[in-house]
Structures are given as C-alpha cells and as structure tokens.
Design a protein around this ligand. Structure first.
Ligand SMILES: NC(=O)c1ccc[n+]([C@@H]2O[C@H](COP(=O)([O-])OP(=O)(O)OC[C@H]3O[C@@H](n4cnc5c(N)ncnc54)[C@H](O)[C@@H]3O)[C@@H](O)[C@H]2O)c1
Length: 447
C-alpha cells in the first residue's frame, strides 16, 4: 500500500480570510460532502460562488435554471450562482443532431444488452460533442467569474462533480441487480463491464467524475495566473474514493466497498491532480470515507464501513462526547438490539474469508461476486432491520459527522497541502471530531 498517503495531522487554515472567494464546482445537495466545505468557507467569511449543471427540458435540451430554481439554489448555497449549464458527460450529446448515446441505448433490452454492439467511432464523435459543449460553457462561466474576483484575493476551487449514469431504462434494472441484487437477483459487475453498455458507462464516468477536474484546472488558468500574479493563492480540491482505513479488529485497515464501478474514473481523477501538481498547481484529491448521500444510496452496503467510526471515536479518546455519540446511535436501534450486536455482524463480514480477496488495494476496483454480494447486501439489510425507524439510521447520523470533519480537514489542509492525493481515514476523522467537540465542551473557540 505504498501509494496510500494518509492525512495524519490536524492543520489550521493560514491562507483564507474574510472576503476571499470560494467556488463550488458542482451543485450543492443537502447531505452531500460539499456541505462540510461550504460551512467552513462561510465560517471564514469567504464569498461563495457556485455553478449549476442546468436542467433538461421536455426534449432533453439543456437549459439554465429558472428564476425560482436559481433563487432556491442560491439560498441553499449562500452565494451567487453563475447560471450557465455545466452538465458534464456525453450521454445526451451527438454530432449534428444525430442520435445520442442514450438514444442508442434505448434499443437495448434485458434479453440483448450483453451482446449488442455500439459503433465506437460514432460514440467518440458524441464524446467530442459533449466535451466541446462543456468546454464552451465553461469558458463562458470563467469569463463571468473572472469579473467577480478582484486582484489580491485568495481563491478556493472545490470540485464535487461525480456521476454519469445514462438514463436508459435497461440500465436501471441492471444497476439494481449489480448494486442491490443478492441471491438469484445478483448480477456480476464484470458482466456489465464486458458489455458495450458497460464500456460506454465507464467512458461517461471518466468525463463527469475526472475530466471535469482537468477542465476546471485548465479553464481557470487565466484567473489563476492573474490572482497569483497579484499575490493571492489559488487552491483546487476534489473528492476521491479509493477505499478507507477503518478499525477492523482493533487496527486501522484499508477496506473498500465492492463493486465501485466508478473506481477507474476516480483513479483518473487522482492522475489529473498528480499532473497538475507536477506543474506547480496546488490541486489535491482527498479520498474520503464511505457515507450515505444522494449519490451513494445506489450502493447497498456502502454504509457498513462507516459504522466502525464509533469505535474510532473511542480509540481516539473522544471522552464524554464520543460516549454521547454511542448513546445517540444506540437509541436508533430497536429494543433488544445493541451496538455490540451491530459490530459483531460487521466484524463477521469483514473477517469472512469471502471478503479477504476484496480487501486487496492493488487489485482495486475488483468486480463483485455472488458470495461477496450476498454477504454485503445481507449484512446491510440485517443491520437496517435492527433499527427502530428505517428513515433514521445510524449511518445517517455518522454521515453528517464525517461531512463536518472532512470539510474542516480539507479546508485546513488546503493552506499548505502536502500532495496531490491523500486519504482521510477514520483515525483522522475521529481525531478531528473529538478535538472539535472537546473544544466546544470546554467553551474554547473551535478551529
Ligand atoms: N458518498 C460517498 O460515500 C463518497 C465517498 C468518497 C467520495 N465521494 C465523492 O464526493 C463527491 C460528492 O459526492 P456526494 O456523495 O457528496 O454526493 P452529491 O450527490 O451531494 O454530489 C454529487 C455532485 O456531482 C454533481 N454531478 C452529478 N452528475 C453530474 C453531471 N452529469 N455533470 C456535472 N456534475 C454532476 C452534482 O451536481 C453534485 O455536485 C463526489 O466526487 C463523490 O464521488 C463520495
């Protein structure tokens, strides 16, 4: 695991001040990772600027936000949004009004999708059309943004874009079977990747989750040069995922959710940060823990590695505050169930010989298998059923804590980032949360 560089310090922000500019590159959803960073920018008194991915009209044409949508999005963000649609990916793009990849996928059925072939020369033209559209819109956005940032300011660009699942009916069924199917409903993620449908999806993930970071870095060259020339500092961050070290049997050990099909795009994202870093640009990908958000809910069992964060809070000497988190979480379980029962199930899964081959960092992202999917999904369902209310899960509570901690960690690390790719494992997340809440309890100012 020589490539795994973990954040292991609690830094302080020494760069960003009131009046500096924070740009969110992606939309803000209530419980997404970006809320933690935005909270920090707001607390620092930075001016917040956002973008929109736009919306599709009834003919699938991309449009800006309506005045109502814009004002709602701006109040959620707490800042101004540049209303030029920046939807990434090429699933609905085509050259000269021809069929889009989504149109081409419409002919796939559950019977034929594994054998149907795509015309890759044509798909490449669609990809180029999507890129041209995105880069054109980006250049318009950057023209507006340039006029909004004055010399001498420090600027924080936070990339949060991830996605790219095309809206093809057949894929909804396949995704349900790959990510949520056990027993007879299980489908191998490798079967998907071996098909032309799977290859197309991987390309689209690359465009949305990775190349947008490159476009952001390239598209802001003018602003970056001007700001740095006037004495300001410019930072870029992006959220990665590449497994997380969590407490397993008393030790922090790397593990991963399987199958993380987006993993190839996340590795491309890491490489884009490395290439920028080599050119002297401070662009860092922070590989973050598994949490539940609008985007991750598709992956049944992604919440399982999150639960041992409670163990990390104790191990990192969280004192009374950590105990209060244990109590709050235990209350969410129905009568007769304890957190120890929950951890026993997770331990049994993590230590099972079935999972062993999947916790291999160098083989990531491995395809799923029948017994691994059965164990992961089965454990996830069993733990969900131990709760009092299916809408108030321990994983919801812990997700908000992770969003809070990672927001503060990434914001502070960005003053003097140590490299292009870093992991935020459960140890540093727990240490940050414990330090934060110990400070609150003692009435000290929270860093
Ligand atoms: N949830 C997790 O467990 C987890 C773990 C590690 C890293 N991450 C990463 O954190 C980041 C934020 O994700 P999140 O889980 O908080 O969910 P989220 O749903 O809050 O955020 C997803 C983001 O992607 C953008 N997006 C989606 N489709 C897009 C498209 N076609 N074009 C442009 N933008 C698009 C959305 O506007 C939004 O900003 C992502 O990069 C994600 O991969 C998530």
């Amino acid at each position: 695991m020589e490539n795994l560089v973990a954040v292991d310090r609690l830094s302080e922000n020494t760069v960003f001040r009131k009046g500096d500019v924070f740009v969110l590159f992606g939309e803000l959803f209530g419980r997404g990772y970006a809320t933690g960073l935005i909270d920090e920018a707001r607390r620092t008194g930075m001016e917040i600027i956002g973008i929109t991915v736009g919306r599709r009209d009834e003919n699938n044409a991309l449009r800006p936000l309506t005045p109502e949508e814009l004002s709602e999005a701006e109040s959620r963000l707490g800042g101004k949004i540049i209303n030029v649609p920046l939807m990434a990916g090429f699933d609905l793009d085509s050259p000269d009004g021809g069929p889009t990849p989504t149109d081409l996928l419409a002919k796939l059925t559950l019977e034929n999708w594994q054998d149907e072939k795509l015309d890759w020369d044509y798909i490449e033209k669609c990809r180029q059309a999507g890129t041209e559209r995105f880069v054109g819109a980006l250049s318009e956005v950057m023209g507006i943004l340039d006029g909004m940032i004055s010399d001498g300011k420090n600027v924080f660009f936070a990339h949060t874009m991830a996605g790219g699942i095309p809206k093809a009916k057949v894929f909804l069924v396949i995704a349900n079977r790959v990510y949520k199917g056990s027993g007879k409903r299980h489908m191998s993620s490798q079967t998907l990747l071996d098909s032309d449908l799977g290859k197309l999806i991987l390309q689209n993930f690359d465009e949305v989750s990775a190349r947008t970071f490159q476009h952001l870095i390239e598209g802001t060259a003018r602003i970056r040069n001007r700001i740095e020339g006037s004495g300001g500092k410019v930072r870029y961050t992006a959220y990665g995922y590449h497994g997380t070290a969590v407490l397993i049997d008393g030790e922090y050990r790397w593990q991963t959710y399987t199958n993380y099909t987006q993993g190839y795009a996340k590795m491309l994202l890491e490489n884009i940060a490395r290439q920028a870093w080599d050119k002297g640009i401070k662009a860092s990908v922070y590989n973050c823990p598994e949490i539940r958000t609008n985007s991750s809910d598709v992956f049944t069992g992604i919440e399982l590695p999150l639960l041992p964060l409670l163990l990390a809070l104790r191990k990192e000497e969280g004192g009374a505050w950590a105990e209060s988190q244990w109590k709050a979480c235990e209350k969410l379980l129905s009568d007769g169930n304890t957190l120890d029962d929950v951890f026993a199930k997770i331990r049994a899964m993590q230590q099972s010989p079935v999972m062993g081959p999947f916790y291999d960092f160098s083989a990531w992202p491995k395809a799923n298998s029948q017994d691994q999917a059965d164990l992961t999904i089965g454990t996830s369902n069993e733990i969900s059923q131990m709760h009092r209310d299916a809408k108030a899960l321990i994983s919801d509570h812990l997700s908000t804590l992770v969003v809070e901690a990672t927001g503060k960690l990434i914001f502070a690390e960005s003053s003097d980032p140590i490299g292009p790719v870093q992991w935020l494992n459960h140890d540093i997340v727990a240490r940050k949360l414990n330090a934060l809440h110990a400070d609150e309890a003692s009435g000290r100012k929270v860093a």
